[in-house]
Design a protein around this ligand. Structure first.
Ligand code: SAH
Length: 397
């Protein structure tokens, strides 16, 4: 196996279980590793620090196991089982809730791997060459480990575009066949959602808002609700179950709006108080003029405005502008749910952007809840970069 030797004193972060080796920390390499190959990492003094996937780029090695140069033969099964057992012990998986994230990358000690479960189908996303090369072993371990799982769909065409060396990336079933995978309905807290893992964003659904959607349900009774950036209509369906007077779901994607409509009808076939609007968020908010065009509960859950650190400044301006519009369009005593899923923006920065928007509006604003990602998106304490979802629930007078 290829051995990577670190520069002197560069072993510190690995001894503290941070799973990334940056290329700048490498002194020399004993061998010629291929993209995605497993390599052993040693300190300058020759101490074995761990074994991980090699990749060309700034993060050169993603560690799979610390303190050893080999992996056990049942490694994949053991890792998946560990993740599954944690979720089972937390009471997350039941007939009422069969959609959840099984593997959240570093948070489940598998850097570069995302797996979401929708009923009897797993959707696997590789974000590293190593995970791509291991996809068949992962699929095999999945069907052996997760009860009642019959299909594994691999969806990494969009997450591995930067690797010239990997020519065999294609979205496909690794277990089960498309014809036998006809039910695309998953259940979340007793609500049903039709999930399009072929063409939908990411793995087809945003399971990370599950707990926050329940909070929306709690506050929706008799309120006029605006769900901006609705995508599959998750928040809308919960708001309707919570007894909202009216729900408006807005998204700039025609497909998203149709999905939202479909999911509302799946749960409430006779629903008459849900509307969808296909529009840019800012344009829609600007189009609300009259005083009676205000909402009692607004959800702002935009896509990541900052995809990397270089975009932080503009992203903060974007959050400020969007939230300022939210404060303008919310009625007295209204509740604003506002989110950011940009990993590069931490909660202090986000709160400052929302604070600036609140100050511009001149309204009295109190923080009721500070939200984050749920327990099936755990943050490895040694890898704080895994924290990405931030939300504030505000009472606006
Ligand atoms: N709230 C959703 C997830 C939102 S994902 C949920 O709970 O599942 C972000 C959504 O914003 C996507 O559906 C995307 O189509 C939409 N979007 C992106 N830019 C937009 C814009 N300028 N105006 C309105 N919608 C936009």
């Amino acid at each position: 196996m290829t051995t990577i030797y670190l520069k002197k004193n560069k072993e510190e972060s690995l001894l503290r279980f941070h799973p990334w080796v940056f290329s700048g920390a490498i002194a020399h390499i004993n061998g010629k590793p291929q993209e995605g190959e497993k390599v052993e990492v040693r300190s300058a003094e020759g101490q074995t620090l761990g074994i991980g996937h090699w990749q060309e780029g700034s993060i050169a090695v993603r560690i799979l196991e610390f303190g050893t140069g080999t992996l056990p033969s049942d490694f994949w099964h053991q890792r998946l089982l560990n993740a599954l057992q944690m979720r089972q012990s937390l009471g997350l998986i039941s007939d009422e809730n069969n959609s959840y994230r099984l593997i959240h990358g570093e948070g489940d000690f598998l850097p570069g791997l995302i797996i979401d479960i929708y009923g009897s189908t797993a959707v696997v996303q590789a974000h590293s060459a190593g995970m791509h090369l291991a996809r068949h072993q992962i699929a095999d371990a999945l069907t052996r480990t997760v009860p009642n799982l019959s299909h594994v769909y691999y969806k990494s065409e969009g997450t591995l575009p930067f690797h010239n060396h990997l020519t065999d990336i294609k979205n496909e079933y690794l277990a089960g066949s498309p014809s036998s995978d006809s039910s695309h309905i998953a259940t979340e807290n007793g609500l049903h959602f039709s999930i399009d893992w072929f063409d939908g964003q990411k793995t087809g659904f945003f399971v990370d808002q599950r707990e926050n959607r329940m909070l929306v349900e709690r506050y929706s009774k008799n309120r006029d609700v605006l769900n901006m950036f609705c995508y599959t209509g998750g928040f809308s369906v919960y708001a309707l179950r919570g007894g909202a007077k009216r729900v408006v779901s807005v998204d700039s994607s025609e497909k998203a709006v149709r999905l939202a409509e479909q999911n509302v009808l799946l749960n409430f076939p006779d629903c008459t108080n849900h509307e969808t609007v296909c529009s840019d968020a800012f344009k829609y908010l600007d189009s609300l003029h009259a005083d009676n065009d205000k909402f009692d509960l607004i959800i702002l859950d935009p896509p990541a405005f900052a995809k990397h650190r270089g975009a932080i400044r503009n992203a903060l301006q974007g959050y400020k502008r969007l939230n300022a519009k939210g404060f303008e369009k919310i009625s007295k005593g209204g509740i604003l749910f506002t989110f950011s899923c940009s990993q590069a923006i931490d909660k202090e920065m986000f709160r400052l952007a929302v604070f600036s928007a609140a100050a511009m509006s001149g309204r009295k604003v109190r923080i009721l809840h500070q939200l984050t990602q749920p327990q099936d998106h755990p943050i490895n304490i040694y890898h704080p970069e895994g924290e990405y979802l931030k939300g504030l629930v505000l009472y606006v007078e």
